[in-house]
Structure formats: C-alpha cells, structure tokens
Design a binder for this molecule. Structure first.
Ligand SMILES: Cc1cc2nc3c(=O)[nH]c(=O)nc-3n(C[C@H](O)[C@H](O)[C@H](O)COP(=O)(O)OP(=O)(O)OC[C@H]3O[C@@H](n4cnc5c(N)ncnc54)[C@H](O)[C@@H]3O)c2cc1C
Length: 383
C-alpha cells in the first residue's frame, strides 16, 4: 500500500520513510544473523541512526531533533518492523518512544540540556525500568524503594525484563517514594546513569525471540542519587508511566503492522516460486485466500493505528483506541506470522529463515507493554 496516498502522511513523512527503508535494506537486513547471534545490536548502529536523524524526529530542534509529529514515530516503527529483525526494532523504539520521552516530557530544562543532545545523536542509549520480579502488569504494585538520604536519595530493589538493560547509558527507574500513600500515588521516577555505584546489571536474559535486543535484570543496592536525579514531580511516577504507555502502545501497534507486512511480502515471494502439484503454490485458491485474509487483517490494524495517531495528534483522549490498537495489532501479527510460516512448509520451521524469526518475535506483542487481557480491561472500562 503506497503511503503517499494516505491522508495522514505529508511529503516530509514520506521522505523520512524512504530514508529509513533504505537504511533497513542496506544496513540492517545484511547484519540480521550476526546481531541475532551476538544477542545485541552494536552501539555504533545507534550512533549511525542518530547521525541520520532517526532518533530525534519528535524532539525539539534546540536539542538537535526535527520537531516532527506522532506520525514520525509511526513511520519509524512501521519501517523498523518491516526489517524482519524485531529485536533491533525493539531496542531502538524503546530508546526513541518508550524511555527517552519520559525525560523530554517530564525533565527539567537542566536535565534535558544535559542528556537530550546525546540521546538524539545516539551516543547515549536509554532504558525504561518499571517491571520487577513481583510486579509487571500491576505497575502500582512495584516495591523498589527510594528513600531520602541527606540532600539526595537512596534506592534499593530489583528490575527485570528491561530492554537495553545491559547496553543503556541512562535508565529511567520507577520506584516507590511513599509507602504510606495509595499504591498509585507513592511512585516516582529517577534518572540513573550507567556505572552509578549500587546499580548493576545482574544478568542478561535469554528468550524466545527478539534475540538481537538485550533484555536484562537489574540489581539496585544502596544506590545513592543526587536530589536532581528525580524525574518529574515526586509521587506522580505512576501517572507519568501511564501517560507514556499510550505512546508506547501506539508504537508497538505500528511495529506489529510493519512485521505483518514483511511476513506477507516474503511469503508472497515464496508461494509464487515454490512448485507443488504441477505449479506454484500461489495457484491454490486456499493459499491465495489465506494471504488475502492476512493482508486484510494487517490493513485494518494499520488504519486503526493511523486513525488513533491522528486522534492523539488532535489532543483527543484516545486511551480506548490505543488499547484497541495494542490488542488488535498484537493478535493480528501473531495470526499473520503463524499463517505465513505455515505457507513456508518445513523450510519456515528452520533456523535462519526470516519467517521463523518473525514468528518467534511476534509472540511478545500480546504480553509486553500491556498484556491483551489488561488492554481488554481498559477498553471495557470505556465502553
Ligand atoms: C522481551 C521483553 C522486554 C520487556 N521490556 C521491558 C522494559 O523495557 N521495561 C519494563 O519495565 N518492562 C519490560 N518488559 C516487561 C513487560 O512489560 C511485562 O512482562 C508485562 O507488563 C507483563 O508483566 P508480567 O510479565 O509480570 O506478567 P504478569 O503481570 O504476571 O501477568 C501474566 C499474565 O497474566 C495475565 N494477566 C495479567 N493481568 C491480568 C488482568 N488484569 N486480567 C486478566 N489477565 C491478566 C496475562 O495473560 C499476562 O500475560 C519486557 C518484557 C519482555 C518479555
């Protein structure tokens, strides 16, 4: 589907899309197997993407950004989804749309001046550390503690499943600052720099998919922070996290759309050339219908993503639509990846095949960033 005919995207967005698509073809896909095997994306890739202007599209020109709107994030996420290497897509999108927006939105002018230029240039990689061994979907249940100590703070606790957890230079860490307050009112976010004593990577985690994205457990033991490490208002952390979840979920939806489009693209190539029963698989009506059904599902998810981004750009409350995006796109891409792997036959089940990776990578979408059941609750509350 041509983006130039979409009502949502300007020529500037189209140019941005072309640049990312070229980068994906020339600099990402050829390295996919190596980065999957390494379990991470080299730091240099962030710098390269920063130099090309991919990491600061949404941020102010005063920090080196391009000042673009939400559709720039949608373009970035769709195109990185189309890379067929979602570990990389996750690492980059966590940096641009899930972690650093906390600083851009809630940071003081001093904090932003200190970190935003390096974040936009890709010299500083960011991570958002909310999930704990005892609290995932239930964010208000987190127990990592931040207590006042002299002029500053002291942190104790643990975080898990943190994307860019080992690679990051800057972490935005959710903590409990007031154990007496109602669970959602006692949380605050802190900025923690890599190498701060008491803040360590406990271990890198092995996982089903997203092999090129580093996912880590963090150990926080008597970690002393200065007073100005507090990010935003004390006690408002839960609301800051919930606000950014809306952007995060939209971007996950766009990434899933890109993944589904890529799965359909490579499967079309496969069934048009693979011969069986006297002709290409494509000649079988059920093969064509299955792919047509996948294309229709992906297009529906894409329209919902774009419409919801438009609502967001107008400043219209769209928590219900964002939650629908998260559910629909996550379930859609798993159905599409499943169907496309089926159409590859035994070869689709083999390591090293792009469809095999897409299939594994898609599974996380209905768990991370708000499980499907949690999103259903958010929709139901607003029916
Ligand atoms: C690869 C990966 C990367 C991640 N990256 C990050 C990151 O960068 N930063 C970060 O902070 N976190 C990250 N996470 C954590 C992720 O957001 C959580 O895994 C997710 O929120 C679910 O939490 P949980 O795993 O504790 O599952 P739980 O909260 O224990 O839920 C388990 C299951 O129970 C069901 N469930 C939960 N709540 C309800 C409900 N209310 N009603 C009905 N059913 C329900 C769902 O099926 C859910 O999948 C990542 C996770 C993974 C796997």
């Amino acid at each position: 589907m041509s983006e130039t005919r979409s009502i949502y995207f300007s020529p500037e967005h189209d140019l941005f899309r072309d640049q990312i698509r070229r980068f994906v073809i020339e600099a990402i896909r050829p390295n996919a197997d190596a980065w999957e095997a390494a379990g991470e994306v080299p730091r240099a890739v962030f710098r390269e993407m920063g130099a090309l202007g991919f990491l600061g599209a949404r941020y102010g020109e005063e920090y080196g950004g391009a000042g673009m709107d939400v559709f720039a994030s949608i373009v970035l996420a769709e195109e990185l989804g189309r890379a067929g290497l979602s570990g990389l897509a996750a690492g980059v999108l966590v940096h641009t749309d899930m972690a650093s927006p906390h600083l851009a939105r809630f940071g003081s002018s001093e904090q932003k001046a200190r970190y935003m230029p390096a974040i936009i240039r890709g010299e500083m990689v960011t991570a958002i550390a909310v999930t704990e061994p005892g609290a995932g979907s239930d964010v208000a249940g987190l127990t990592t503690r931040a207590e006042r100590a002299g002029n500053g703070w002291i942190l104790n606790g643990a975080k898990t499943f943190i994307t860019n957890g080992a690679l990051a230079d800057l972490y935005f860490v959710a903590t409990r600052t007031d154990p007496e307050a109602k669970s959602s009112r006692g949380l605050s976010l802190f900025i923690v720099e890599r190498g701060t004593p008491g803040f360590e990577v406990a271990r890198k985690l092995d996982k089903l998919g997203w092999h090129s994205s580093d996912t880590a457990e963090l150990r926080i033991k008597d970690c002393r922070l200065p007073a100005d490490a507090l990010l935003g208002e004390e006690g408002r952390g839960f609301y800051q996290i919930m606000e950014n979840f809306q952007k995060e979920r939209l971007v996950i939806g766009a990434m899933a759309v890109g993944e589904a489009e890529r799965a359909i693209e490579i499967t079309l190539e496969h069934v048009r050339t693979r011969q069986a029963f006297g002709g290409p698989l494509w000649e079988k009506q059920t093969v064509r219908q299955n792919l047509a059904d996948c294309a229709a599902r992906a297009a529906a998810a894409k329209q919902l993503v774009h419409h919801t981004a438009w609502l967001d750009a107008q400043g219209i409350d769209c928590v219900r639509e964002v939650s629908m995006v998260k559910v629909h796109a996550a379930e859609m891409v798993q159905h599409v990846a499943h169907t496309c792997l089926q159409l590859h036959g035994g070869s689709g089940y083999m390591r090293g095949m792009e469809i095999e990776r897409l299939y594994r990578d898609a599974r996380i979408h209905s768990i991370g960033g708000g499980a499907t059941e949690v999103m259903h609750e958010e929709i139901a509350k607003r029916l």
